[in-house]
Design a protein around this ligand. Structure first.
Ligand SMILES: Nc1ncnc2c1ncn2[C@@H]1O[C@H](COP(=O)(O)OP(=O)(O)O)[C@@H](O)[C@H]1O
Ligand SMILES: [Mg+2]
Length: 464
């Protein structure tokens, strides 16, 4: 059998697979069925123990491109699937050449869009989905990457502290530039709108998406939000010398959106008038993830990171009051991991760990702890809330680490009520105290009962 495998280390060698046959015809013990988005190539899934890999058969030059782009984007911290290898120079036993195969590792806890709409009411999905797509588009465009194929099928969605995070899955049509022109960006957004609207119309035709949803209006909103975010992150700003505070305001707003600015260029074109120039290359996403990773070693998604930092902040206020002295951030974060995060996550029994990622479990427990304590008029304790969450909510949820194919075939299934739909989501206003970093030391002191009690920022959060 002749073929060439270019692969990253840390994965199986895949040598037991029948590379000398067209992928569509494979019959092999490792093959498993997975629900997938609409796709043009043959895509199949294989299991090696706990790990799942998707194999896509396509012409070699496209496979090589996709391998390069996915690696580049991942290095730049863009949320993409992890590419594992490319198999090329394949031949059948008769010497007939076969297309290449691109291997990616299955993105755990990702939910295909069709299933999101099947499982949840569209009002609950619409906003988070739009937001996730807009952030993903802006993020790749800041990187100089033109996607050319943005669609719901080419995006995987993961829960992100009550919102969604979008991951890019299919990049073979992409193009990489030093910087994108406005025309290129607009074209990418137009294509995205067209494709997503088509997919939503299909969902409506299949009865999965309610007729109330308007795919065209959604597209227009996508464009508007995209332009808003892009402008906030990149537009040059002109101000007079006595308006210097506006630099700080702008930077603060950018931080609130989860971006850091590495470098600022201030230009005096004429006396008394300064221009603040923001180069796309210095606007860096993932601000809260970075802060959280430094403090705790936890690697989670953007919104989850905000949520956890917010809780560390509140925990720190309580801890400092309890101990009667101010404590370094790193110590507070360490104690929070030991006394709050880890014990809560460990309450989830092994057999239910595939339903939600640990950071998402923690987020949902925090929300419910607040909600239930408010309803009962007394603090029920974080750990009690976690036990109740596991018994009453998590136990009834479907598996999400690996979605079973049967879940997406169920065309007649009604949307399940989302148990978290009325618990509110984290808003930027809630993060006012975090915009300059976690700033854990300088916080108001709050009571934290048994383990911890609902805190001021959660009380202030409106329950939707
Ligand atoms: N690494 C991955 N993790 C999870 N799902 C994946 C992964 N790779 C592919 N998929 C699923 O397979 C589908 C098809 O893959 P894609 O690369 O878009 O193929 P095509 O180029 O044929 O459109 C996607 O819509 C997605 O549902
Ligand atoms: Mg695709």
């Amino acid at each position: 059998m002749r073929f060439q495998l270019l692969a990253k280390t840390g994965h199986p060698d895949f040598l037991d697979l029948p590379w000398d046959q067209p992928l569509a015809g494979w019959e092999h013990d490792r093959l498993v069925e997975m629900p997938m988005g609409i796709h043009r190539h043959v895509v199949r899934t294989v299991a090696y123990g706990e790990r799942l890999y998707h194999l896509k058969e396509l012409p070699r030059r496209y496979a090589d491109r996709e391998w390069r782009f996915l690696r580049y984007l991942r290095e730049e911290q863009v949320p993409v699937v992890e590419v594992v290898g490319v198999v090329s120079r394949r031949e059948t036993p008769d010497g007939e050449s076969l297309e290449a195969v691109l291997l990616t590792e299955h993105l755990e806890y990702s939910v295909p869009y069709r299933l999101l709409f099947l499982r949840q009411e569209h009002h609950a999905i619409r906003d988070p989905m739009l937001d996730a797509l807009v952030h993903l588009l802006v993020r790749i465009h800041l990187q100089g990457f033109y996607w050319g194929d943005c669609s719901l099928s080419n995006t995987l969605f993961r829960r992100d502290a009550g919102r969604l995070a979008a991951y890019l899955v299919d990049t073979e049509t992409g193009e990489l530039y030093e910087e994108l022109s406005t025309g290129q960006r607009d074209m990418d957004v137009d294509l995205a709108i067209e494709k997503c609207a088509g997919e939503l119309l299909d969902l409506q035709a299949a009865g999965v998406l309610s007729d109330e949803a308007d795919p065209f209006e959604l597209g227009l909103e996508l464009r508007e939000r995209y332009h808003q975010l892009w402008a906030e992150l990149t537009t040059d700003e002109v101000f007079a010398d006595d308006e210097r505070y506006r630099i700080h305001e702008r930077l603060r707003r950018i931080n609130e959106l989860g971006y850091d600015v590495d470098e600022l260029e201030l230009i005096q074109d004429e006396p008394g008038v300064t221009r603040m120039k923001l180069k796309t290359s210095v606007v860096e996403p993932g601000r809260y993830r970075r802060i959280l990773r430094q403090l705790t070693g936890l690697d989670v998604q953007d919104n989850q990171a905000r949520r956890l930092l917010n809780d560390i902040h509140n925990f720190g206020a309580w801890l400092q009051q309890d101990e009667g002295r101010s404590l370094p951030e790193a110590l507070i974060a360490h104690r929070w991991l030991e006394r709050s995060f880890e014990p809560v996550v460990e309450i989830v029994p092994q057999e239910l760990t595939g339903r939600r990622e640990p950071a998402e479990v923690f987020h949902e427990v925090l929300d419910l702890w607040h909600k239930w304590s408010t309803q009962e008029g007394t603090d029920m304790g974080l750990f009690n809330a976690a036990h109740r969450y596991v018994a009453e909510i998590l136990a009834l949820m479907p598996e999400e680490r690996r979605v079973a194919p049967a879940d997406s075939d169920d065309e007649t299934a009604d949307a399940l009520p989302d148990p978290m739909a009325d618990t509110g989501t984290l808003r930027l206003e809630d993060l006012a105290g975090l915009t300059d970093g976690p700033d854990i030391g300088a916080s108001e002191v709050e009571e934290r009962g048994a383990a911890t009690t609902p805190d001021a920022s959660q009380d202030a959060r409106s329950v939707e």
